[in-house]
Design a protein around this ligand. Structure first.
Ligand code: ADE
Length: 225
């Protein structure tokens, strides 16, 4: 998979891809991340990428011309399966969307800033608008990093143990069951006996029941779907 990210603050995107699982995925050649500084696509001598909004009002708007130039240059090199715009008024990210996107070859992500982009960018270039939650960030970069993390870890070969992504919370619209490791007894807090029983069908049944009970208690909305 190749992911191109267009940003006005590319520095914000350095560290998420420089450590742990995302770095390993890049080092293994499973994913390529290309970060593009929008300012390099400015079309005037002042390197402007934003301007006042028509009709007045506080806050600057990201101009269409630099974005058009950047997106068009990238599209001239390859076909993109998705051109995603990170914005608080997009569709809230969930595991289903991450699963779907993890199957794509080429994804472009545009990070919004200020009041956002000129609406014509959204109308003519963007195929999907994603929010990472009902709160406003200073820009789309942290959201883009969250989105990339949730997608990349699902690509086969990225996680050491392939089954671990499948047993994550949300993968079956259920929260994950509780997990324990050694020691079996700490102070007087004991690990549930069934987990020490070696009876795998019984362990599986216990985990399913725990996942269901946890979801019912903490996220009953997931069971409605
Ligand atoms: N940009 C600003 N806020 C955002 C959010 N909640 N999700 C995605 N991009 C954003």
């Amino acid at each position: 998979m190749r992911i191109d990210i267009i940003s006005v603050v590319p520095d914000l995107l350095t560290s998420p891809f420089s450590a742990s699982i995302l770095k390993r995925a890049i080092d293994k050649g499973i994913v390529e991340i290309h970060i593009h500084n929008l300012r390099e696509y400015a079309t005037d001598n002042y390197k402007s990428i934003d301007d006042y909004q028509f009709g007045g009002g506080a806050g600057m708007v990201m101009m269409i011309a630099p974005i058009d130039k950047c997106i068009s240059d990238l599209k001239a090199e390859r076909d993109y399966d998705e051109i995603i715009y990170m914005t608080p008024d997009g569709k809230t990210l969930n595991q289903g969307t991450s699963n779907e996107l993890s199957l794509k070859e080429n994804i472009m992500i545009l990070c919004g800033h200020y009041k956002g982009v000129d609406q014509r960018v959204r109308d003519h270039f963007i195929t999907r608008e994603i929010s990472i939650g009902d709160y406003v960030l200073s820009g789309g970069e942290l959201g883009a990093a969250v989105l990339c993390d949730s997608i990349i870890r699902l690509i086969p070969g990225v996680l050491g143990n392939e089954t671990s992504a499948l047993t994550d919370s949300f993968q079956d619209n259920l929260l994950a069951p509780p997990v324990y490791t050694r020691p079996a007894s700490y102070k007087d807090w004991d690990v549930p006996e069934v987990l020490l029983s070696g009876n795998f069908p019984k362990i599986e049944a216990w985990r399913e029941e725990q996942a269901y009970e946890r979801t019912k208690a903490l996220r009953p909305d997931l069971l409605d779907d």
